[in-house]
Design a protein around this ligand. Structure first.
Ligand code: HEM
Length: 393
């Protein structure tokens, strides 16, 4: 277990070729063995370049109006005074955004089929992997098979239409142009789509839930964020015109709240690697085949790097100088660092914009705590009530 920035850099960056990603076989089976993050070397790098390319700011900036529409529609659907489990609703929202980033505009019947089966796989993903009929894992394996079939259909149709879109599926279909003439087969495309959805959905949903919780727990900060967002909302004629990409780039207080939420919650608390050969680090031997875990959360909560680490304090990101290298890694680091980090932050900025500028909410119940599923989520998924603010403001 590695809890120092230097050791994390050694494993994730400097000597990354000596450590391969490693996941339980049961999980690999549900996602699909060709998903990029199970791999090292050439195949991983080429796929990663494609995925990263379609998630570059110049591409995701076009998604702002669609993400905004999905976010407003989600908030509207919660805002009837009933108690909802914030995390569950955030999962639905991050799924919709994930689907949109991958496929662009997908026919509703395909979306419904994907959603139904994806959520069965999601339920079985962290269950005990016995493949007996009736178990969650068994249901998930079956749903995964159906997902593969639906994805193959969508892929074939997209190929026939020869769409020149910049979404992720089109990038995967263009794999050959980028490499040596080979293309990805349908299963490889399917595995990567499921892999990206899995990497994107729970993580972003958990992060958004924590932002809502931290803002609720820090009323002064919530007021400051509200003021920042209301100004933008009013300059858009109280929502008559759409939020723009440039406006999302100019939300300094909200941006720091998001960074601090990512540090505090450390959603990906650590990652796993496996030594592919005997490795020596500072006089210690890491034998071939041993697992190595860089512990992001421990680094994020080390007072040597973050003063009073248990305090939620976004101003810590105002320091003039940059943070010490490899001390802030909510999105990992090195060859497997998260290619979706800008999209995730964009989703959060848009959510906070609408939530604080013309909605209100209250957390229900006084119990505070964390649940791991396996990502940390506020207890019971943060039950809360949402409503629309009166137009007079
Ligand atoms: C707040 C939300 C998110 C967090 C905290 C997060 C965190 C991470 C971390 C820590 C890693 C590195 C894992 C490792 O080194 O083993 C990672 C990898 C990855 N993430 Fe994210 N992620 C988020 C959202 C997203 C989104 C929205 C997408 C895609 C649309 C995405 C796609 C991926 C992919 C494909 C990888 C694997 C990259 C590779 O192996 O080269 N993530 N993420």
């Amino acid at each position: 277990m590695l809890a120092s920035p230097e050791a994390a850099r050694f494993v994730l960056i400097n000597q990354a070729h000596l450590f391969k990603p490693t996941y339980p076989k049961s999980k690999e089976k549900l996602i699909g063995p060709s998903a990029l993050f199970f791999h090292q070397g050439e195949y991983h790098l080429r796929l990663r370049k494609l995925v990263q390319g379609s998630l570059y700011p110049e591409n995701i900036r076009k998604l702002v109006p669609d993400i905004e529409a999905l976010t407003v529609s989600a908030l509207d659907s919660w805002a009837d005074g009933r108690v909802i489990k914030t995390y569950n609703e955030m999962k639905k929202l991050s799924f919709e955004v994930g689907i949109m980033a991958i496929f662009g505009h997908l026919e509703p019947h395909y979306k419904e089929e994907l959603k139904k089966n994806y959520f069965i796989v999601d339920k079985g993903y962290n269950s005990f992997p016995t493949n007996l009929p009736g178990t969650r894992y068994n249901k998930a394996v079956k749903a995964r098979k159906r997902l593969g079939e639906i994805l193959n259909k969508i892929t074939r149709e997209t190929k026939e239409k020869k769409l020149v879109e910049k979404d992720l599926l089109s990038s995967l279909l263009n794999y050959s142009k980028d490499g040596k003439g080979e293309t990805l087969n349908e299963d490889q495309i399917g595995d990567n789509i499921i892999g990206i959805l899995f990497a994107a959905q729970d993580t972003t949903a958990s992060a958004m839930t924590w932002v809502v919780k931290y803002l609720h727990d820090n009323p002064k900060l919530l007021e400051a964020v509200k003021a920042e967002q209301k100004e933008i909302y009013q300059s858009n004629g109280n929502g008559k015109s759409h939020l723009t990409w440039n406006q999302t780039r100019n939300m300094p207080i909200t941006h720091k709240v998001i960074l601090e939420s990512l540090r505090m919650a450390s959603i990906i608390s650590f990652t796993f690697r496996e030594a592919v050969t005997d490795v020596e680090y500072k006089g210690y031997l890491i034998p071939k085949g041993w697992k190595v875990m860089p512990l992001f959360r421990n680094i994020h909560h080390n007072p040597e790097f973050f003063d009073e680490p248990q305090k939620f304090d976004p101003t810590r990101f105002e320091y003039d100088g940059p943070l010490k290298p490899n001390t802030f890694m909510p999105f990992g680091s090195g060859v497997h660092a998260c290619p979706g980090n800008e999209l995730a932050k964009l989703e959060m900025l848009i959510l906070v914009h609408h939530l604080t500028s013309h909605f209100r909410y209250e957390v229900v119940g006084s119990e505070s705590g964390i649940q791991y599923g396996p990502f940390p989520v506020p207890l019971n998924g943060l039950p809360a009530r949402f409503w629309k603010e009166e137009c007079a403001n």
